[in-house]
Design a protein around this ligand. Structure first.
Ligand SMILES: Cc1cc2nc3c(=O)[nH]c(=O)nc-3n(C[C@H](O)[C@H](O)[C@H](O)COP(=O)(O)OP(=O)(O)OC[C@H]3O[C@@H](n4cnc5c(N)ncnc54)[C@H](O)[C@@H]3O)c2cc1C
Length: 803
C-alpha cells in the first residue's frame, strides 16, 4: 500500500468506486481507495439495483441520465458485465394531481431530450400486464428505466479505475483523518498512514462516523428499507420479454421482474430510522431481520394492484439500511470550512445517481467547478443549523414522501419552526401563513379573518390567490411592509476589502454611501451569485444575496480570502424590513424625521439614520421594483423597529405582505431570482446580469469568459412572456414551443397580481426575441399562448423606482 496519494477516497461502495473511476477518467491517476472490508460492504451489496431518470430537479434528472448511459461504457472498458436490463418502466397515476405532476415531468423531458411518454390505462395494461389498471388515470413511460447487478457494476467501476492507475486497498479501516499543517491530510488506517492532498468521504452507511473523524457533522441518516423477491410466477416466466418496472406511488411501491418471479419494494409510512446513535463498526455484510408486519398495509395494497403477487410465494426478504439527506438528494462537493475535504455521501439511489455524483465531484476537484449546476446536491445547501434530531425527523419525512406528489407551493411541516426572528410573534398574531427556507421561517402571506391559515398544495392557483392579490395591490396602491430577514448578509471589511471585492465580484464596488448590484462569477463565467454591495464606509461593504446560499457563498469567500480582508456572515444578526409602494417615502419620513427626499436619499444610496431611538441603515432599493427602502437593524432592535414603522405607516394605509406577494411583484418588473434565473448553469449575457458586470475592470474572476460572451453574444437569452393561462401559471421548466418545435424553457413564472397578468420568464434563442412575438408554453399538458413582453409590465421607465 502506498503512503502518499493525491486523493484518498474512503469507502468502496458504488459511490466511492464511481468517484475513483471518474478521477482517473479526468486524468488524475495518483488516487487510491480504502475499504474497511470487501468492496460493496455497506448498502451497495443488497440494493435492488433499479435505475431511472425521474427527478423533479432537471439537473439531477440529467445526472441520472448520464449514470444510466455510463454503464455500457464501463462494460466496454472493462469487459465486465454490469448485468444491465433495460426493460423500461411506467410510473402510475391514480389521481389527477399525480397525473398533472407526471405531465409536468414529461414536459421538462421534451427539452432535456428524454424520450418519455404519457400512456393511458389500456396501454399500461398492455405493457405491464401484471398491473390491475382499475382506477389508474395514466402513467409516464420511460424506456431508460431498468436494473442491474449492484456488485458487478461496483466492481466494473473499480476495475476501470485500476486499469487507469488507481490503487484500491480492501480490508483497510480508516480510523482518523487529521489535517496537516501543509494543507493536506493524514489518513490514518490500521495498515498505516496515507498522506494526501484531498480526502473524499464516501463512507455510505458510516459517512457520519467518517465525517466525525474530521470534526464534521453531515446532515444524513440511515433508514431501514425492505423488498421482497417472489418465487417463480407463470405470468412472468411465460412472457416472451422481460416485464417492465412499475412504480405505484399510491401504493408506495416499486416492482420489477427478478429471475422468473417479481421483486417489490416499499417506502412505507411506518418506516424506521436505523442506527440513531451511530452505525456500528461491526455491522458487516449482513441484513436486518425481516419485518413484514411493518409493511403489512403496503403489501395488502400491492396485492390489489398486482394480483399475481397474492398467489406467489415469498422466496426472500431483503431488509437493509441506506442513507438519505433531509431532502433526499446527495451531499456532494467541498465541505465548507475544511480545505481538501470532499463529501460523496447520502446517495440514496446509487445506481441512478452514482455515476453523475462521481462525474461532478471529479470535475470539481480537477477543474475547480462541475460542468453543470449541481446546487441541488451540493453539500453546502445545508448550513450549520442542522443537527442530528432535525435531520432524523426530516429524513423520515422525506422517506415517507418518497412517492408523494410534490407541489410547487408546498411547505413541509416536520421539525418546524426551527429558526425564527424576533418578529415571528408579530406575524403570528397577524395570521401569517409561514413557509421555511434554509431552516428559517418566513411569512408567505397573511390569511384574512375567517380564512384557513394553510395554503392548499396545488399545481393550480391555490386558495391564497385572492389574498396574495390584495397584498400586491396594497403595495402598488399605497405601501407594504415586509421582513427582509431572508437575505444572506455579509460584512466585508479591512484595508484590502474593496480591492478583494473588486476581484471577487464582476461589478465595481460603489462609492461610500452608494450601492451596486453585481454578479459573482465562477472562473468559467457561470453565475454563482447575484449580490447587492452597499459601501458603508471606506473599508466596509455589506453584501446581500439569497438566504439559502449562505454556506455556498461563505465557502467561496473563505476559499478566496486574502490578508487584510475580514468576512462575517451577519445574516441572523442583521434583520429589518422593507417598505415599498408610492407612500413608502412618506412613511420613512414620518418614522425618521430626516430628509429622505430623492435629493437627500436617491435611488441606490445608503444612509445610517435613526428611526425613533433605533439606529438603522436605510438602503434606497426594493425588490418589488417600486419606490422602496430596505431598513436594516440589529436583531435585538427588530421588534422596536417594527413598532416605530407600524406607527409611522398607520396614516398611510400600510399593510404587511409576504413572500408570495414579493415574488409576484418582482415578476412584473422582470427581476430574476437566485436558482431560477440566476444559477451556475447560466451566464451574465444570457440572463441580463451583464448589466452588472464592469468590463472596464481588468481583473475579476470570470472576466475572460464574460468578455468573450460580450464579443460573441450568447445563443439564448432570458425574456418575459405574458401567458394566456387558465387556472395554472408557469412554475419552472415548462417547454416553450414555436409551432411543434421546443425552442426554449421557462425559468420561473406566476401571476402578476397588480398587473393582473400571468407572467413567465424563460430562455429563447436570441434572434427570436421580439416584442409581441407569439409562442406557446405547455402548462399541465396544455399549450398556452405566450407573447414576448420586452418592457417591464410595471413602471417601464422606472419613474417610481428612481423618482
Ligand atoms: C434494501 C435496499 C434496496 C435498495 N435498492 C436500490 C435500488 O434499486 N436502486 C438504487 O439506486 N439504490 C438502491 N438502494 C440504495 C443503494 O444501496 C445506495 O444508494 C448505495 O449503496 C450507496 O452507496 P455508497 O457507496 O454511498 O455507500 P455504501 O454502499 O454504504 O458504501 C460505503 C463503504 O464505505 C466503507 N467504509 C465506511 N467507513 C469506512 C472506513 N472508516 N474505512 C474504510 N472503509 C469504510 C464501507 O465498508 C462501505 O463499503 C437500496 C438500498 C437498500 C438498503
Amino acid at each position: 500500500m502506498k503512503t502518499q496519494a493525491r486523493v484518498v477516497v474512503i469507502g468502496g461502495g458504488v459511490v466511492g468506486c464511481s468517484v475513483l473511476y471518474h478521477l482517473t477518467k479526468m486524468g488524475w491517476s495518483d488516487v487510491m481507495l480504502l475499504e474497511r472490508s470487501e468492496l460493496t460492504s455497506g448498502s451497495t451489496w443488497h440494493a435492488a439495483g433499479g435505475f431511472h431518470t425521474l427527478n423533479s430537479d432537471t439537473n439531477m434528472a440529467a445526472l441520472q441520465g448520464y449514470t444510466i448511459r455510463l454503464y455500457r461504457e464501463l462494460e466496454q472498458i472493462t469487459g465486465m458485465s454490469c448485468g444491465l436490463h433495460h426493460v423500461g418502466g411506467v410510473t402510475l397515476a391514480a389521481d389527477q394531481d399525480r397525473l398533472d405532476m407526471l405531465i409536468a415531468e414529461r414536459a421538462k423531458h421534451r427539452y432535456m431530450g428524454l424520450e418519455t411518454e404519457i400512456v393511458g390505462p389500456e396501454e399500461i395494461a398492455r405493457i405491464a400486464p401484471v398491473t390491475n389498471a382499475d382506477g389508474i388515470l395514466g402513467g409516464l413511460y420511460d424506456p431508460l428505466d431498468g436494473h442491474l447487478d449492484p456488485s458487478g457494476t461496483t466492481h466494473a467501476y473499480a476495475k476501470a479505475a485500476r486499469m487507469a492507475g488507481a490503487e484500491i486497498v480492501t480490508h483497510c479501516m480508516v480510523t482518523a483523518t487529521d489535517p496537516r499543517a501543509d494543507g493536506g491530510w493524514d489518513v490514518v488506517t490500521d495498515k498505516g498512514t496515507v498522506v494526501c492532498e484531498h480526502v473524499v468521504n464516501a463512507g455510505g452507511l458510516w459517512a457520519r462516523e467518517v465525517a466525525a473523524m474530521a470534526g464534521l457533522y453531515l446532515p444524513l441518516h440511515p433508514m431501514e428499507h425492505q423488498y421482497i423477491v417472489t418465487d417463480d410466477i407463470p405470468e412472468i416466466y411465460e412472457r416472451a420479454a422481460e416485464h417492465p418496472h412499475v412504480m405505484d406511488p399510491a401504493g408506495e411501491s416499486y416492482l420489477r421482474q427478478e429471475g422468473r418471479g417479481l421483486c417489490i419494494g416499499f417506502y412505507e409510512q411506518t418506516c424506521r430510522p436505523w442506527a440513531v446513535d451511530g452505525t456500528p463498526w461491526n455491522f458487516g455484510h449482513e441484513l436486518l431481520p425481516d419485518d413484514l408486519d411493518k409493511i403489512e398495509d403496503s403489501v395488502a395494497f400491492a396485492y390489489r394492484r398486482f394480483p399475481v403477487l397474492e398467489r406467489a410465494g415469498v422466496k426472500s426478504v431483503i431488509h437493509g439500511p441506506f442513507t438519505f439527506a433531509p431532502d433526499g438528494n446527495p451531499l456532494v462537493g467541498p465541505v465548507p470550512g475544511l480545505r481538501g475535504y470532499w463529501s460523496a455521501c447520502a446517495v440514496m439511489a446509487g445506481f441512478s445517481q452514482g455515476g453523475g455524483v462521481g462525474k461532478a465531484l471529479a470535475e470539481w476537484m480537477v477543474e475547480g467547478e462541475p460542468e453543470n449546476d449541481v446546487f441541488a446536491m451540493d453539500v453546502a445547501r445545508f448550513g450549520d443549523w442542522t443537527g442530528p434530531d432535525w435531520t432524523r425527523l426530516k429524513v423520515t419525512e422525506n422517506y415517507q414522501r418518497r412517492f408523494s406528489v410534490s407541489y410547487p407551493n408546498e411547505e413541509l411541516p416536520v421539525a418546524r419552526p426551527l429558526d425564527t426572528t424576533p418578529a415571528y410573534g408579530i406575524w403570528d398574531a397577524q395570521r401569517a401563513v409561514f413557509g421555511s427556507g434554509y431552516g428559517m421561517e418566513h411569512v408567505n402571506y397573511f390569511a384574512r379573518p375567517g380564512e384557513a391559515r394553510f395554503e392548499t398544495p396545488s399545481f393550480r392557483r391555490s386558495n391564497a390567490f385572492d389574498t396574495v392579490g390584495e397584498e400586491c395591490r396594497a403595495v402598488r396602491g399605497a405601501v407594504g411592509l415586509n421582513e427582509i430577514h431572508n437575505f444572506g448578509k455579509y460584512r466585508v471589511s479591512g484595508p484590502n476589502a474593496v480591492d478583494w471585492l473588486n476581484r471577487i465580484m464582476a461589478n465595481r464596488v460603489p462609492d461610500v454611501g452608494r450601492m451596486a448590484l453585481t454578479a459573482m462569477l465562477s472562473p468559467k463565467g457561470k453565475i454563482i451569485g447575484d449580490f447587492t454591495m452597499m459601501r458603508l464606509a471606506g473599508d466596509v461593504v455589506q453584501l446581500t444575496a439569497s438566504y439559502s446560499a449562505q454556506a455556498f457563498h461563505m465557502r467561496w469567500f473563505l476559499q478566496h480570502q486574502e490578508d487584510g480582508v475580514s468576512i462575517e456572515n451577519i445574516s441572523k444578526k442583521l434583520l429589518g424590513f422593507q417598505i415599498a409602494g408610492p407612500n413608502a417615502r412618506a412613511v420613512l419620513a414620518a418614522a425618521t424625521g430626516a430628509d429622505v427626499s430623492t435629493g437627500a436619499l436617491p435611488f441606490l444610496s445608503v444612509r445610517r439614520l435613526a428611526i425613533g431611538h433605533i439606529p438603522v441603515t436605510v438602503a434606497r432599493v426594493s425588490y418589488t421594483g417600486d419606490l422602496g427602502y430596505e431598513i436594516y437593524c440589529h436583531r435585538d432592535h427588530q421588534v422596536a423597529l417594527h413598532g416605530a414603522l407600524a406607527e409611522a405607516g398607520a396614516g398611510h394605509d400600510m399593510r404587511p405582505f409576504g413572500m408570495r406577494a414579493m415574488m409576484s411583484l418582482r415578476l412584473e418588473k422582470g427581476f430574476g431570482s437566485w436558482m431560477a434565473e440566476y444559477r451556475p448553469d447560466y451566464t451574465p449575457a444570457e440572463t441580463g446580469l451583464d448589466r452588472f458586470v464592469s468590463f472596464r475592470k481588468n481583473d475579476f474572476i470570470g472576466r475572460d469568459p464574460a468578455m468573450r460572451e460580450r464579443d460573441t453574444p450568447p445563443a439564448r437569452r432570458l425574456t418575459t412572456f405574458i401567458v394566456e393561462a387558465g387556472d395554472a401559471d408557469v412554475v419552472a421548466y415548462e417547454p416553450i414551443f414555436d409551432g411543434d418545435d421546443v425552442i426554449g424553457f421557462c425559468t420561473s413564472g406566476g401571476y402578476a397580481h397588480a398587473a393582473r397578468k400571468s407572467v413567465a420568464i424563460g430562455f429563447l434563442p436570441t434572434d427570436r426575441i421580439a416584442d409581441g412575438a407569439p409562442f406557446d408554453i405547455e402548462i399541465l399538458g396544455q399549450r398556452r399562448r405566450a407573447i414576448v413582453q420586452t418592457a417591464p409590465l410595471f413602471d417601464p421607465q422606472a419613474l417610481r423606482m428612481r423618482g
